[in-house]
Ligand binder design. Structure first.
Ligand SMILES: *[C@@H]1O[C@H](CO)[C@@H](O)[C@H](O)[C@H]1NC(C)=O
Ligand SMILES: *[C@@H]1O[C@H](CO)[C@@H](O)[C@H](O)[C@H]1NC(C)=O
Ligand SMILES: *[C@@H]1O[C@H](CO)[C@@H](O)[C@H](O)[C@H]1NC(C)=O
Length: 410
């Protein structure tokens, strides 16, 4: 009897690995693409979340550097025996567990613990999109670029059950948040109209801005990625590609693709996205998740990022009043599958009781109505005190000086 109970619990908690069926759907190293799935039960049996895994993308200033970066994704995983596998499905564990929105206990995750929870493993290196028939050989290794076939294969394998679903949420974080923006309209169009489809992209809204030194390496390298993997297939949002024929790179930025997303979105995004600040915009002082050690110039850059994020989110809200958001004025990147998901340190507005978990649930259930549930921090860093990591002494010093300077200028 004990054994039997254990078996039931193990079944409910664990995510099982599934390889996808299309033989064209290959990871960078040629292994078959895969996803993890935990079966829904009870009240969650007809509800689904599809979560695209994150993990940056291949980058480079030249074609050769791009290929080398794809090779290194694999090679580093092999030599470091790293647990994350971003280029291969070899050696993935047969079962796994997640935290946050994918926790399988009612206590940790009261709203979704018994849903069908699916995790699309990211192994193409090209943002879950793009396709190249011929592999590219580098140092004797064949590299496959098959993101588009992978996602389509996941969807066709799951289509029989997704077509009968009541609710499907398309989520993902970082590169997977990008993928949620890219694919949500395709998924909406694939499913019968009586299935409610929502997009909940997490940390996928990197703005198109030059870094503090004036360079824009991410967009340059994005154009090389498009040359590499988007000749045989386009970006998944065809309407966007149609409009931006000569500047398709725009469709990879949330701020431009918003126009072509009709599906209701709940946007999760730090107003000071940690990955954007440190890796894209070269704000090196932010590396400890705080702006306390920044120069005035760096601080001004970060506060300008806040204003631009505020503008882009507000524009989406004006165009699509059903849009929900959770956008704290604190430095982070990715929330959904971490303990931030229900942490009282992460609330917008600060100390309002409105955690990510509460905010998403209210929005999905339209409490009190769909126009609300748009939680974008009204205050700049460090004034959401709970999550800001501010060393208040050093900052208020800096703050006092700048107030003094401003009042002198005025
Ligand atoms: C898988 O594990 C084997 C044995 O530890 C190792 O030789 C191989 O390099 C690993 N492959 C990958 C892709 O990590
Ligand atoms: C981050 O914290 C460490 C340890 O306190 C410190 O040595 C380092 O200088 C800090 N980095 C920045 C950019 O402030
Ligand atoms: C700021 O820099 C000092 C000196 O390097 C370091 O001790 C401190 O941890 C840093 N603070 C933050 C928030 O990074």
């Amino acid at each position: 009897m004990k054994l039997f109970c254990f078996y039931i619990i193990a079944c409910i908690c664990a995510f099982e690995l599934h390889y996808t069926s299309d033989p064209k759907a290959l990871c960078l190293d040629g292994s078959p693409a895969s996803f993890y799935k935990a079966e829904g039960y009870g009240t969650g049996v007809k509800s689904y979340i599809l979560h695209f895994q994150g993990g940056a993308r291949i980058e480079g200033a030249t074609y050769d550097d791009m290929i080398k970066s794809a090779y290194l994704r694999l090679y580093i995983e092999i030599i470091q025996r790293s647990k994350t596998k971003l280029g291969s499905s070899k050696n993935l564990s047969k079962t796994t567990v997640f935290e946050g929105m994918y926790a399988r206990t009612e206590k940790q995750n009261p709203y979704y613990y018994n849903w069908n929870l699916i995790f699309f493993n990211y192994c193409d290196g090209s943002l879950h999109q793009g396709y190249k028939t011929e592999p590219v050989e580098f140092l004797g290794t064949k590299l496959y670029f098959r993101g588009d076939a992978i996602v389509k294969s996941f969807l066709s394998d799951l289509l029989p059950e997704l077509s009968k679903a009541a609710t499907v949420i398309v989520a993902g974080c970082s590169a997977g948040g990008n993928a949620a923006y890219f694919w949500v309209e395709h998924i909406r169009a694939l499913l019968p109209s009586d299935v409610d489809v929502y997009g909940v992209p997490d940390s996928g809204m990197a703005l198109n801005l030059p870094a503090i030194d004036g360079t824009d390496y991410p967009t340059e390298s994005l154009n090389l990625l498009i040359d590499l993997v988007n000749i045989e297939v386009t970006h998944p949002n065809k309407q966007c590609v149609q409009k931006y024929k000569n500047e398709v790179w725009k469709c990879y930025y949330a701020q431009y693709i918003f126009e072509f997303i009709q599906t209701p979105l709940f946007i999760i995004q730090s107003m000071y996205d940690y990955y954007s600040l440190t890796a894209r915009f070269k704000i090196n002082c932010a590396k400890n998740y705080s702006l306390s050690n920044c120069s005035q110039e760096e601080l001004d850059f970060a506060q300008d990022l806040y204003k631009q994020n505020y503008e882009v989110l507000s524009q989406r809200k004006r165009d699509h009043p059903e849009t929900g958001a959770f956008a704290p004025s604190c430095l982070e990147h990715c929330f959904l599958l971490k303990d931030y998901y229900d942490s009282s340190d992460w609330q917008v507005p600060g100390e309002s009781g409105n955690t990510i978990q509460v905010a998403i649930n209210n929005w999905l259930n339209s409490k009190p109505n769909p126009e609300n549930n748009f939680y974008v921090d009204n205050v700049e860093w460090p004034n959401n005190k709970k999550c800001s990591n501010a060393e208040s002494n050093s900052y208020s010093h800096l703050y006092a000086i700048s107030i003094l300077l401003i009042s002198q200028i005025i």
